[in-house]
Ligand binder design. Structure first.
Ligand code: PBG
Length: 334
């Protein structure tokens, strides 16, 4: 009776000797150390990147309701936060900018004296050990909030490429260690690669048109004035298409492929990890963080345990590095 059940459970891959009572999987779950010794997935500060939001002014550190614990900071305050992150052991940040003024083309994005460029120069000299990544996109800089220049009501793909190239080049010039295009225009990686042969490109290769970006748009003031981003970001229903996006980005010269959001797209992370032999990252986005924070603040779950479980799951699915709003907390938890 027992033997036949074991056979059907193991589908012929294991000898029947693995069945109970010879096998008792609880044996290795008895102590902390035993569990650690057989743990398949680990999480360390080398695996995380902390997003930072730079805004104009001085002495500004404005909390945003939808994203508790995360603030919009003036350059001096970003530097102060970056120093703290460095001393805690966080090794990389992803810089976003909220400019003073916006216009139709998002010219603030590639201004040599723009908010991200000034932040990069300050961090370069004040926190030299910190690795600086930048989000390359126009949505924070355009008055309409879309990720490129408009032609009527749609974002003009090819006209936007040149603006993205200028933005990426100005970031590299100001000291970025890597640029991360997140706009989802076709051909952006190739265009940036041609202009910047030496700069690592972390491509938001499979970026979905997601409701989970809500709190970010509140912080970054980048909510589209009309319509949505479904004309350029991916349909959440598609996984095979993500692999095509990744293949194209690699061919165009991307160094790292990123999947975003993370937890609702673990299957995509896993497929990309299995298909391509390059670093695969995931972006655990604002809504993923905000959901847990809200539930924790209401007393329904324990933030630390939920966060570590989600981060571990994203690593287990195949992400090497995770961009996460918990990076600073993680430095204190680990
Ligand atoms: C810029 C960009 C967005 C995010 C990262 N880069 C917003 C968007 O596409 O609307 C989202 C990050 C987050 O939600 O944490 N395009």
């Amino acid at each position: 009776m027992r033997v036949s059940r074991a056979r059907s459970v193991s589908a012929g891959h294991y000898p029947s000797v693995v069945s109970f009572p010879a096998t008792r999987l609880r044996r290795l779950r008895r102590t902390d150390t035993l569990r650690a010794l057989v743990r398949e997935t680990t999480l360390s500060l080398d695996d995380v990147v902390m997003p930072l939001f730079a805004c104009p002014g001085e002495g500004v550190a404005r909390q945003v309701e939808g994203l508790p614990g995360i603030a919009r900071r003036s350059v001096d305050e970003v530097v102060r936060e970056a120093r703290e992150l460095t001393s805690l052991g966080v090794r990389a940040v992803l810089v976003f900018g909220i400019p003073e003024t916006k216009d139709a083309d998002g010219t603030g994005a590639w201004d040599a004296d723009g908010i991200v460029q000034r932040t990069l120069r300050a961090l370069r000299s004040e926190t030299p050990g910190l690795t600086l990544l930048t989000d390359v996109c126009l949505c924070e800089y355009t008055e309409h909030g879309h990720c490129g220049t408009l032609e009527g009501d749609t974002v003009a793909n090819d006209e936007t490429l040149d603006l993205l190239v200028r933005t990426a080049a100005s970031h590299a010039e100001a000291g970025a260690d890597a640029v991360c295009p997140s706009d989802m225009m076709d051909g952006r990686v190739g265009a940036i690669r041609e202009a910047l042969p030496e700069t690592p490109i972390v491509s938001y290769a499979a970026k979905y048109a997601s409701a989970f970006y809500g709190p970010f748009r509140e912080v970054a003031e980048s909510t589209p004035a009309f319509g949505d981003r479904r004309g350029y970001q991916m349909d959440p229903a598609n996984a095979r298409e993500a692999l095509r996006e990744c293949a194209l980005d690699l061919e165009e010269g991307a160094d790292v492929l990123m999947v975003k959001p993370a937890l609702p797209y673990l299957d995509v992370i896993r497929s990309v990890r299995e298909r391509f032999d390059c670093p695969v990252w995931a972006y655990q986005v604002s809504g993923e963080y905000a959901m847990v924070r809200a539930a924790a603040d209401a007393g329904h779950l324990e933030e630390r345990r939920a966060a570590l479980e989600a981060l571990t799951a994203i690593r287990r699915a195949g992400a090497g590095t995770i961009v996460t709003y918990w990076a600073k907390d993680l430095a204190q938890w680990l």
